[in-house]
Design a binder for this molecule. Structure first.
Ligand code: HEM
Length: 193
């Protein structure tokens, strides 16, 4: 990873989330996220740090091989926007490290809300001035939890940790992705969230 923050990355300077700390704590409890998971994610961060580009290759390969998914990085008439893909890729890499290392404080909650907004018609495309389609359907946000989770496991196993340790890092990752996706859905359905 470069030392420069990725273009359009606004961690620490986004407005407060409408989600309260209490609501966050209840969501964490719902996905069984504990202090042990914080430690296991930190370990995962050390394991994944020099594999981020390889992980992104897998995720981008997955998106690119599904026309109905790459369509969200394309114009409404289907022209794929390579600059948009490239800029979002850098922030995606940063998110992997943030997921492992950032504490779940007000700034984290605020940026989680920002990431949610950036998938909706409120803010998609704005950061990169992309001429793309207006939003990512909510159903794909939920469905993406699976590939983003399943594909991480081989990378967690790449550094020689025993099976039990890999499993703990994997479960912590799964909980965090589920938790974050739940937060990201707030702007999709604010009234019923
Ligand atoms: C942006 C992760 C679902 C397409 C992002 C970013 C992250 C991310 C970390 C960059 C946030 C930032 O700007 O700092 C995820 C995860 C998902 C998910 C973990 C589900 C578990 C999806 C789906 C699609 C998608 C289903 C559709 C193919 C995009 C696009 C952007 C983006 C187009 C750029 C949005 C913009 O214009 O700012 N995603 N995403 N994402 N993601 Fe997702």
């Amino acid at each position: 990873m470069t030392t420069q923050p990725p273009a359009g990355y606004a961690y620490g300077s986004t407005p407060p989330s409408p989600v309260s700390r209490d609501e966050l704590a209840k969501l964490e409890a719902t996905v069984l996220f504990t202090a042990d998971d914080v430690q296991d994610l930190r370990m995962a961060g050390d394991v994944l740090e020099d594999q981020v580009e390889d992980i992104l290759d897998v995720w981008y390969g997955f998106v690119a091989s599904h026309p109905h998914l790459v369509a969200y990085f394309a114009t409404p008439d289907g022209r794929v926007l390579d600059d948009y893909l490239a800029r979002v890729r850098q922030r995606f890499g940063q998110w992997i490290m943030d997921t492992c290392h950032r504490p779940h404080d007000e700034e984290w909650l605020s940026y989680a809300h920002e990431i949610g907004l950036r998938h909706t018609q409120d803010k998609k495309n704005q950061t990169d001035q992309a001429a793309s389609v207006r939003h990512i359907p909510l159903r794909y946000m939920v469905a993406f939890i699976y590939p983003i989770t399943a594909t991480i496991r081989p990378f967690l196993a790449n550094k020689g940790h025993d099976e039990g340790t890999v499993e703990r890092m994997y479960q912590a990752w799964f909980k965090s992705v589920t938790l974050q996706t739940a937060l990201w859905l707030q702007p999709y359905a604010a009234d019923t969230w």
